[in-house]
Design a protein around this ligand. Structure first.
Ligand code: HEM
Length: 413
């Protein structure tokens, strides 16, 4: 077993050759880094699927070790997101997920379609005013953050503040100042959500059934029968989780996916010539350079073995989603970006949305946004090209952040 460093510039820019070596070397690696980070990383596809469904790897914050609690990453334990379904094991998880699923219906997502198209068109109109644009700040960020405000029933005018907070929560921490910045953002964000929930609660119309309340949060509040609803703490945690998970990921889908297309012009040309490939192309973007580089943490409640390596009880375990999805044992020629890979139908099998009980709740919305975003962008700007050398692009994430996404993506329209 090797000890690896995920905090290098090389890793941040292009982790895939490193993951490839790690998968070959051993199924599980020990990772140590700044701020006392000490965790285990699962890199192969079969082990990743097994780990994501293993009940001995717990999500409960009471197992979170001190070093992780101190750093307070958004995605970790009871950190700034508070108690929510992603930091719970069954049966508590099952109860929370059931309640939220009742409000987060396919119907509610489908009803957003015209609005997602409208927001997309307005952003593309604004971009069309110039010859060049930064696709991240002009499109990939404002689209999902506006959509999540719309879905939850939060004021759209707050979208810049919301994004600033979620961005701060997902930044890696290397110094005490980084930790402080993250904690400050968490406190402000939580205070904002608490205030918003009070306003939404006061505005709930008791004469309307839950599904007709404006916004998912009002539905959740209105639908809470005696003893059956989410506690106030859970409601706050759920709102924070949905705001973070519901947009930072889609930002990265648009950015990483567009970069993959622009650096593979033959695939881009194929997609433009056959728009029916849009759905499979998005699944390939998710597999090839996924928005969530690593799962959120799990902590082993007993010794647990993967491909012959024993992870001792009490260890922090991450599943490398983006490594698993590049495993050639599962995806032939896995380093090739091929938008026809999933065109034959059937199960896609990538783990970009996770696997098991915590499988992403927002998949229908993520796919809807992806389809509208890429479809509209390519129709509107069929000659779009990269305006910089890809080697000059900067990446967010790495270290203790679990997301992978571009800081900017300058394009010529
Ligand atoms: C969970 C990825 C979009 C809400 C997850 C997980 C992954 C993921 C990998 C599992 C994490 C783990 O097990 O540690 C993605 C990707 C997205 C996306 C790649 C976009 C391309 C969304 C959206 C929403 C959302 C739009 C909501 C509006 C959630 C929730 C969970 C989750 C609530 C926790 C589910 C549970 O614990 O049962 N997502 N997500 N996600 N996601 Fe997403």
């Amino acid at each position: 077993m090797t000890t690896v460093d995920l905090w290098t510039q090389e890793f941040q820019t292009n982790p895939y050759p490193i993951y490839s070596r790690l998968r070959e070397l051993a199924p599980v690696h020990r990772v140590r880094g700044p701020m006392g980070a000490d965790f285990w990383l699962i890199t192969r596809y079969e082990d990743a699927r097994a780990a994501l469904t293993d009940p001995r790897l717990s999500k409960e914050p009471r197992h979170t070790p001190e070093w992780l609690r101190r750093i307070g990453a958004a995605s970790e334990g009871e950190g700034p997101s508070g108690k929510n379904m992603l930091s719970s094991d069954p049966p508590d998880h099952t109860r929370q997920r059931r309640l939220v699923s009742k409000a987060f219906t396919r119907g509610r997502v489908e009803a957003l379609r015209p609005r997602v198209q409208q927001i997309t068109d307005a952003l593309l109109d604004a971009m069309a005013a110039g010859d060049e644009a930064d696709l991240v700040s002009a499109f990939a960020v404002p689209l999902p953050v506006t959509v999540i405000c719309e879905l939850l029933g939060l004021p759209e005018t707050d979208r810049d503040r919301l994004h600033a907070w979620t961005d701060a929560l997902e930044r890696p921490t290397f110094t005490e100042d980084d930790v402080l910045a993250r904690k400050t953002a968490a406190t402000e964000f939580r205070a904002y959500v608490t205030e918003q929930l009070a306003e939404i609660r006061a505005a709930v119309d008791p004469g309307l059934p839950p599904e007709q309340q404006p916004g998912l949060l009002a539905s959740l509040i209105a639908g809470a029968g005696a003893g059956d609803g989410l506690s106030e703490l859970e409601l706050i945690g759920m709102t924070l989780l949905l705001t973070i998970a519901g947009h930072e990921t889609t930002v990265n889908l648009i950015g990483n996916g567009m970069l993959a297309l622009l650096t593979h012009p033959e695939q881009l040309a194929l997609l433009k010539s056959d728009p029916s490939l849009l759905g499979p192309a998005i699944e390939e973007m998710l597999r090839y350079d996924g928005p969530v580089e690593r799962s959120t943490i799990r902590v082993s409640t007993e010794d647990v073995e993967f491909s012959g390596v024993t992870i001792p009880a009490g260890s922090v375990v991450y599943v490398s989603i983006n490594s698993a999805d590049r495993d050639s044992a599962r995806f032939p020629d896995a380093d090739r970006f091929d938008i026809t890979r999933f065109a034959g139908g059937g199960e896609v099998g990538h783990v970009a949305f996770g696997h098991g009980v915590h499988f992403c709740l927002g998949v229908p919305l993520a796919r809807l946004e992806g389809q509208i975003a890429f479809g509209s962008l390519l129709r509107r700007f069929p000659d779009i090209t990269l305006a910089v050398d890809p080697a000059e692009l900067g990446w967010r994430g790495s270290g203790d952040s679990i997301l992978r996404g571009l800081t900017r993506l300058p394009v010529r329209l």
